[in-house]
Design a protein around this ligand. Structure first.
Ligand SMILES: NC(=O)c1ccc[n+]([C@@H]2O[C@H](COP(=O)([O-])OP(=O)(O)OC[C@H]3O[C@@H](n4cnc5c(N)ncnc54)[C@H](OP(=O)(O)O)[C@@H]3O)[C@@H](O)[C@H]2O)c1
Length: 329
């Protein structure tokens, strides 16, 4: 099969399309002929050699895909050759074929194209597991999403609105904030020109927000706690602003707040807290919202697989809104 490979970690120019052996599939796996994959921020770190691949995962980039099942392992139930699906991957999505454990496979939601579905699994599973399962966001509450125009952010806005919450977002460009408002965001804060804590407190009559979905990490830790409502939850899923910061426990206690940090990729396939558990919850609760048109995939750009380096440049430069998709050539 053809796949994107690298001789060694490096910049976008290190990515090349080469012929590699087809992946074997295990008894609990299906083999998918990939229609499209999608770019995630972690792919850029992995390309540079800063993101170790989980044990047993394909070294090929790509944490999600859509396509058609072409082979089914002996222990797999519920999936058949010919099924059109999308899947959460531990790796291997920048390729024509990928093997994936069957609990990580999802049907294509009604009304969504096979191409657009490529960008759904990672954001759907990350947002649902953090905002709803971990954060327990409820109707009438307020959600703050940092990086509202990102792949993650565009899904989080829509999930927050579907839950009946008020949604506040941050972004660095006014144009991106307009796109966030078009997706349902109630308040947009340009974090380059405005202090997000002041703006959040002003937007909530000084109350603060119930759930924060944060991709910045250390740089925002203290300010995020200042923006929390009583009993609020700060959920850290990214470390774009560093990993180490001092935590003021007094401030956190004053909010009766909680801080959690989670990662999806290294979770086991099955069992408590597994990818399989999250995928099942997404299928039960989020897929019907997508089928109803309440939540939709947001696609920024589609590149041919052979232009994966160009797709990485697009993400690194910023200014994209939603997902960057890689279509098989
Ligand atoms: N833990 C997990 O399981 C998990 C899973 C998936 C993704 N993630 C993380 O989620 C983040 C988004 O991923 P993605 O693939 O959707 O990437 P992406 O589309 O490139 O988004 C990155 C976003 O971060 C925003 N950002 C950067 N610095 C910021 C700051 N100081 N304040 C507010 N926003 C800031 C950017 O906003 P501007 O462009 O407006 O600056 C951009 O919207 C990444 O950090 C990724 O690693 C974590």
């Amino acid at each position: 099969m053809l796949a994107i490979t690298q001789d060694k970690p490096g910049g976008p120019e290190s990515l090349g399309l080469t012929e590699v052996p087809d992946p074997p599939h295990g008894a609990d796996e299906v083999l998918i002929r990939v229609t499209a994959g999608a770019v995630n921020r972690a792919d850029l770190l992995q390309r540079e050699g800063h993101y170790p691949v989980p044990a047993g995962a394909s070294p090929i980039l790509g944490m999600e895909c859509s396509g058609t099942i072409v082979a089914v392992g002996g222990d797999v139930t519920g999936w058949q050759v010919g099924d059109e699906v999308c899947a959460l991957l531990a790796g291997g999505g920048y390729a024509e074929l990928v093997a994936v454990p069957s609990p990580q496979v999802l049907p294509i939601p009604a009304g969504v194209s096979l191409l657009d579905a490529a960008g759904l699994p990672e954001v759907a599973c990350t947002v649902w597991s953090n905002v709803m399962m971990k954060g327990g966001l409820r109707s009438g509450q307020t959600l703050l999403v940092h990086g509202g125009s990102s792949g993650i952010g565009t899904m989080a806005i829509q999930v927050g609105k579907a839950a009946g919450a008020t949604v506040i977002v941050t972004a660095s460009r006014d144009k991106a904030l307009e796109s966030c408002r078009a997706l349902g965001a109630d308040v947009g804060i340009n974090y380059g020109t405005d202090d997000f804590v002041e703006a959040t407190l002003a937007a909530t009559d000084g109350r603060g927000v119930d759930v924060i979905l944060d991709v910045v990490g250390a740089k925002y830790l203290q300010r995020n706690i200042s923006a929390l409502a009583l009993d609020g939850s700060l959920i850290v899923i990214g470390m774009m602003g560093g990993t180490r910061a001092e935590l003021d426990l007094g401030a956190l206690m004053g909010r009766r707040g909680s801080v959690v940090a989670t990662a999806l990729r290294g979770r086991p396939v099955t069992g408590p807290g597994s990818k399989g558990e999250i995928v099942a919850a997404v299928r039960d609760h989020l897929w019907p919202l997508i089928a109803a048109g309440t939540v939709r995939p947001v696609i920024d750009t589609v590149y041919p697989l052979g232009e994966a380096g160009q797709a990485h440049r697009r993400m690194a430069e910023g200014g994209h809104v939603g997902k960057i998709v890689l279509k098989m050539n």
